[in-house]
Design a protein around this ligand. Structure first.
Ligand code: PMP
Length: 436
């Protein structure tokens, strides 16, 4: 995986003695695989709503973080967590209302056909479980992903995460297809091209004796750089995998939980009902929770033949937390404000583009937006994206970059981000670009 905005230890001499000590402790204790963000890494100590605070008391607007979905330290979620933790925490092998109440409320947000849910702790595990169920149901092993996909860290799922780079080999039976393109001039072609690539991947599998099992897609293509339009463009590709006997797995770890502001789930933008849906990050507002939602007939044999137990998945405290998060989304009526705040971001940054030619495509839906940076001859410009990410940090705004060239600003703040916060972001970007 490209290490976007990674801290470079060789350039760390200018840091305070305290930070240098912490960085050295991390390296010694956690080994070399962990990455820190920023030239001057942040030492965060507290969060509240859309804000985080560092050890020196500086406040930062969190535009990066889709995990604290209803805001850092939301009091309703905190209350549910602490009350249940003080009463009982146990696993799913005893009867308890929490896991049922949560499952019911979650399934109520899904299309009718998706009516059973299994709980895990991470999105990686949710995808891993979805893959096992899919292979069992279809008898196939061939999975189609996009060529800068990210679906998680288990052995089987890292092998379906093309963005991990050449050191992590793509599964032999998998095929990586080009991500869709953003083509507002020719929207009808977006889905046709993507479906043609999926069909070619299916044909290639079949030529090599591989039975297609699934199309595994992050509905908003977030690691690929964010592709949302036109609504419905995924339909033809999904038809193609189903015609070949495979299933459609919607990875909703990023777009789920109302990020689009239009619907609760990203696949609804495409008018689709997936065969399996995997969920993660925003479910627990920071508490580690994830799930696989599935059509009952697909789960039937796997569920009967292979028992499933996940020590922490669906535990009593997690279920209380999960329920509380759904209650907040409902009670605070977040979907309309997500749309409103998102429009301010896309319109505001779009309006800067004529003054700053480094801004390429600006696109998004709800509180997920992508801003491409390009060189004067239209090539991806990762240096500019990195300069903006670091410049915004100096403005007290935390943000990341994505895409195969790391030249695309990835805007995905907590879902309680309001229009006034979007305005702060737009003005911050304007100041940074004026300085650069
Ligand atoms: N799928 C997608 C689309 C993701 O973005 C991620 C995490 N970034 C995962 C799966 C894996 O989730 P986790 O880190 O909880 O295992």
């Amino acid at each position: 995986m490209l290490k976007t905005n990674a801290f470079d230890a060789s350039a760390g001499d200018a840091l305070s003695a305290e930070k240098r000590d912490m960085i050295e402790r991390r390296r010694r204790l956690l080994g070399p695989a962990y990455q820190l963000f920023y030239k001057d890494p942040l030492h965060l100590v507290r969060g509240e709503g859309v804000w985080v605070f560092d050890a020196e008391g500086n406040r930062y607007l969190d535009v990066y973080n889709n995990v604290p979905s209803v805001g850092h330290c939301h009091p309703h979620v905190l209350d549910a967590l602490t009350r249940q933790a003080g009463e009982l925490n146990t696993h799913t092998r005893y009867l308890h209302d929490n896991v049922l109440d949560f499952a019911e409320k979650l399934i109520d947000t899904m299309p009718d056909a998706l009516s059973q849910v299994m709980f895990t702790c991470t999105g990686s595990e949710a995808n891993d479980l979805a893959l096992r169920i899919t292979e069992d149901y279809t008898g196939g092993t061939g999975v189609i992903v996009t060529d800068y996909s990210y679906h998680g860290m288990t052995k089987s799922i890292a092998a379906l995460s093309a963005s991990m780079g050449p050191y992590v080999k793509l599964a032999g039976d998998a095929r990586a297809v080009p991500a869709p393109v953003h083509d507002p001039a020719n929207p009808a072609a977006v889905g046709q091209r993507f479906a043609a690539d999926v069909r070619a991947a299916i044909a290639d599998m079949q030529r090599h004796g591989i039975k297609p099992a699934a199309l595994l897609i992050d509905t908003f293509f977030t690691s690929d750089g964010g592709f949302f339009d036109p609504p419905g463009f995924l339909q033809e590709a999904v038809e193609a995998i189903r015609e070949a006997g495979g299933l459609y797995i919607a990875d909703e770890v990023q777009p789920g939980y109302g990020r689009s502001g239009e619907h609760m789930w990203g696949f609804q933008r495409h008018g689709l009902v997936p065969d399996l849906v995997t969920l993660g990050k925003p479910m627990g507002n920071g508490h580690p929770m994830a799930a696989t939602v599935v059509k009952p007939h697909i789960l039937e044999r796997f569920g009967n033949e292979s028992s499933y137990f996940n020590t922490f998945g669906g535990n009593t405290v997690s279920a209380a937390v999960g329920l509380a998060v759904l209650e907040v989304i409902e009670q605070e009526n977040l979907l309309p404000s997500i749309q409103q705040a998102g429009r301010v971001i896309v319109d505001g940054i779009g309006a800067l583009a004529p003054r700053f030619p480094a801004i390429g495509s600006v696109r998004g839906v709800g509180l997920y937006a992508s801003v491409e940076f390009v060189t004067p001859n239209g090539e991806p410009d990762p240096e500019m994206a990195l300069a903006v990410v670091n410049g915004l940090r100096d403005e007290g705004i935390l943000i990341g970059a994505s895409g195969p060239h790391s030249n695309i600003l990835k805007i995905r703040p907590p879902l309680v981000f309001k229009a006034e916060h979007s305005q702060m972001l737009v003005e911050g970007i304007e100041r940074v670009l004026s300085r650069l």
